[in-house]
Design a protein around this ligand. Structure first.
Ligand SMILES: NC(=O)C1=CN([C@@H]2O[C@H](COP(=O)(O)OP(=O)(O)OC[C@H]3O[C@@H](n4cnc5c(N)ncnc54)[C@H](OP(=O)(O)O)[C@@H]3O)[C@@H](O)[C@H]2O)C=CC1
Ligand SMILES: CC(=O)[C@@H](O)[C@H](O)COP(=O)(O)O
Ligand SMILES: [Mn+2]
Length: 386
C-alpha cells in the first residue's frame, strides 16, 4: 500500500488524483490533503478519505472546518498556512507527495518533502521554473524520486525509459496544442475576455493553467520544467504545435528515431503512471481510439504573436533568478487578467517589462527566490490595482 499526501486536493489535478486513488483502493491510501480556501470540498474529501492531516491555507477557514469534523467525530488534524502545507507534505507515514497546488507556493513544501525522502509526483510546474536548482540540489541529498505528472513531461519520462544512456538522446520535442487562439494574430487578441481565454480546445483544467495555455506561457514554463527534469540545454528542447493533443511529447534519439507517447487527453493517465511507477496499472479513463482521432498534424509555434514562449526560452537561458521573475510576473498578470483589471496582451508585456528591469542573481537561495517572487508580484499589483 502506498501512502499519499495530496497538496492542492480540491483543484483540477487534485480531484482527478483522488479519483485515481478511489479506483485503486487496494494500492493507494490518502494520509494528507490540502486546499487554499475551498473548505466545503476539503470537508467532503476528508470524510471520504479519512487522512491523518489536512491543511487549509486560508486561516479564516480553520475553525469552521474543525468544528464540522468534530461534530461527526472525525480525528483528522487540521492545520493552516504555509506551516500546514509543510506538515501535510512531511507526514511521517507518507511515501509520496503529489504536488498539485497552483503557483510558486509549492516550492517550500516540495523541498521539505524531499528533505524527508518522500517521493514527489509533481504537477506544479511553477515550483521547478522558480526553484529548479534548489529542488535538484535537495534531490541529490535525498532518497526521493521526482516523477513528473505534467502530461508532456510524463510522456518524455516514459519515452526515456527506452534507453539507459542519456548520451543517446538528441533532443526533447514538447508538443503544444496552440491553445484557443492558435492561428490568431496580435490584432485579433486585443479584446479577448477571460471566458474566451479559459476555453482550452482539448483539456479541462484550472483557471491559471488554462490562461497560460492561451498565451503559450504554459509551453514556456514547460520548456524550463523539461530543462530541470531531464537535464537538457535549452537548444535541445524544441516545441512543436500539435493541435490534436494526442501525442503528449517526444524524444529524438541520436540515430534519428523519434519515440512518442500517445494517449487520450485525460490527466488521470499521467497521474496513475506517477502514482504506480515503475509499475503500470489498468487505466481508469477511456482509451484513445486512433481511427477516431484520424489526423495528427504539426506546425511551428508563432513566437511573434505569443511572446511568452520566447520570453521563457530567454529567461531559461539567462537562468538564476530570471525565471523566478518570469513566473512571478506571469502569476500576477494572469490573476489581474482573470479579474478583468488588465487586457490579454498586457500579460506578455508585463512579463517582458519585469524581466527587462531585473538584475539576475545566478545562484539564489530558497529565501532569495521567495523574496524576489514576492517583490515582483507586489510591484505589479501596486501598479495595476490603483
Ligand atoms: N489541470 C491540469 O490538467 C494540469 C495542471 N498542471 C499544473 O498543476 C498545478 C495545479 O493545476 P490545477 O489543478 O489546474 O489548478 P487548480 O486551480 O484547479 O487547483 C489548484 C489547487 O491548489 C490550491 N491552492 C491554490 N492556491 C493555493 C495557496 N496559496 N496555498 C495552498 N493551496 C493553494 C487550490 O485550493 P482551492 O481549491 O481551495 O482554491 C486547489 O486545490 C498547476 O501548477 C498546473 O500548472 C499541469 C498539467 C495539467
Ligand atoms: C494537460 C497538460 O499537461 C497541459 O499542460 C496541457 O498540455 C496544456 O496544453 P497546451 O499548453 O499545449 O495548450
Ligand atoms: Mn502540460
Amino acid at each position: 500500500m502506498k501512502n499519499i499526501s495530496v497538496l492542492g486536493s480540491t483543484g483540477s489535478i487534485g480531484v482527478q488524483t483522488l479519483d485515481v486513488v478511489r479506483k485503486n483502493k487496494d494500492k493507494f491510501n490518502i494520509v494528507g490533503l490540502s486546499a487554499n480556501s475551498n473548505a466545503d470540498l476539503l470537508y467532503e474529501q476528508i470524510v471520504e478519505f479519512r487522512p491523518q492531516k489536512a491543511a487549509i491555507f486560508d486561516d479564516a477557514c480553520v475553525n469552521k472546518l474543525r468544528e464540522r469534523l468534530n461534530n461527526i467525530n472525525l480525528k483528522t488534524e487540521i492545520t493552516s498556512g504555509m506551516e500546514g502545507l509543510i506538515e501535510v507534505a512531511t507526514i511521517d507515514d507518507a511515501h509520496m507527495v503529489l504536488v498539485a497546488v497552483v503557483g510558486m507556493v509549492g516550492l517550500q513544501p516540495t523541498v521539505k518533502a524531499i528533505e524527508k525522502s518522500k517521493d514527489i509526483a509533481l504537477a506544479n510546474k511553477e515550483t521547478l521554473v522558480a526553484g529548479g536548482r534548489v529542488v535538484m540540489e535537495a534531490l541529490k541529498n535525498s532518497r526521493s524520486k521526482l516523477i513528473p505528472v505534467d502530461s508532456e513531461h510524463s510522456a518524455i519520462f516514459q519515452c526515456l525509459q527506452l534507453s539507459s544512456n542519456p548520451k543517446d538522446v538528441e533532443k526533447i520535442i514538447l508538443t503544444a496544442s496552440g491553445g484557443p487562439f492558435r492561428g490568431k494574430k496580435t490584432e485579433d487578441l486585443v479584446d479577448i475576455s477571460p471566458e474566451k481565454a479559459l476555453k482550452h480546445p482539448n483539456w479541462s483544467m484550472g483557471r491559471k493553467i488554462s490562461i497560460d495555455s492561451a498565451t503559450l506561457m504554459n509551453k514556456g514554463l514547460e520548456v524550463i520544467e523539461a530543462h530541470w527534469l531531464f537535464d537538457r540545454n535549452f537548444d535541445k528542447i524544441d516545441v512543436v504545435v500539435h493541435p490534436q493533443s494526442i501525442i503528449h511529447s517526444m524524444v529524438e534519439y541520436i540515430d534519428g528515431s523519434i519515440i512518442a507517447q500517445l494517449g487520450a487527453a485525460d490527466m488521470r493517465n499521467p497521474i496513475l503512471y506517477a502514482l504506480s511507477y515503475p509499475e503500470r496499472l489498468p487505466g481508469v479513463s477511456h482509451k484513445l481510439n486512433l481511427v477516431e482521432a484520424g489526423k495528427l498534424t504539426f506546425e511551428e509555434p508563432d513566437y511573434e504573436t505569443f511572446k511568452c514562449l520566447k520570453l521563457s526560452y530567454d529567461a531559461g537561458k539567462i537562468g538564476g533568478t530570471m525565471p523566478v521573475v518570469l513566473n512571478a510576473a506571469n502569476e500576477a498578470a494572469v490573476d489581474l487578467f482573470s479579474k478583468g483589471k488588465i487586457k490579454f496582451l498586457d500579460i506578455q508585456d508585463i512579463v517582458e517589462q519585469s524581466m527587462l528591469k531585473h538584475n539576475t542573481n545566478e545562484k539564489p537561495s530558497i529565501e532569495e527566490i521567495i523574496e524576489i517572487d514576492k517583490n515582483t508580484k507586489s510591484f505589479i499589483y501596486k501598479n495595476y490595482l490603483k
